[in-house]
Design a protein. Structure first.
Length: 226
């Protein structure tokens, strides 16, 4: 089956791609949507420009789409990209957002292709442990929730991070997997990457009044895996 993977460079889309490859699907394209709006309902925004570097590390062609980020219209912008691809299905990394999942499934129905959401309603704590255990190098590049301060920007997801997220979930109700927009991630390496990504220059911005911030990667490069 020829499929396209909706790819933001974050943990969920990357793990969904990993799942598709393990299923033996022929992943023809990574599809990355670049939104002009930081408040996009559908798409991951932080460091989306680095998906091109990740695509090179993975070895799958990247198709980039652009959208103003206007609610609902951004869904049609994705559809226009997908309808021009020779594919039988789409894989997405939705964990719990019915808004995203429903719209992706609708697009796929209209195009006559299949939709796959392998992470749907997965236990978030077990999922993060799986990422760590299988060798994913995931860093937090965006925060937007009380309890997540500037120190979280650039933090790698490991067993200690998971334990801290679990405590914040119990105290403030933060989704452990960040599906409520509490945090955004970037994958620097994964078992199927041919090269790893190294950050050369970063810039942190954090607003203590809104408890939101972003780690912008201004420069990065690929490094061979020994």
């Amino acid at each position: 089956m020829k499929i396209a993977a909706l790819f933001s460079g974050g943990k969920d889309s990357t793990y969904a791609l990993y799942w598709a490859l393990k299923q033996g699907f022929d992943v023809k394209y990574l599809v990355s949507m670049h939104s002009e709006s930081d408040e996009s309902y559908m798409y991951h925004v932080p460091n989306i420009h680095l998906t091109e570097l990740q695509a090179r590390a993975i070895g799958i062609p990247l198709v980039r789409g652009f959208t103003s980020g206007e609610k609902e219209k951004e869904v049609e912008d994705l559809k226009r990209i997908l309808e021009n691809l020779d594919i039988d299905g789409v894989v997405a990394g939705a964990l719990a957002s019915r808004y995203q999942r429903d719209r992706i499934e609708r697009i796929c129905r209209e195009l006559g292709i299949e939709a796959f959401s392998p992470l749907w309603h997965i236990d978030p704590e077990e999922y993060l442990k799986k990422l760590v255990g299988e060798g994913f190098d995931v860093v937090i590049v965006g925060v937007s929730a009380y309890g997540l301060d500037e120190k979280w920007l650039g933090r790698r997801i490991d067993e200690r991070t998971i334990a801290d997220l679990k405590r914040l979930h119990e105290k403030y109700g933060i989704h452990i997997g960040g599906e409520g927009g509490e945090f955004e991630t970037f994958v620097r390496d994964a078992p199927f990457f041919k090269s790893r990504i190294v950050f050369d220059e970063i810039e942190k911005h954090f607003d203590p009044y809104s408890y939101s911030g972003i780690l912008r990667v201004k420069k990065a490069h690929l490094e061979a895996k020994g």
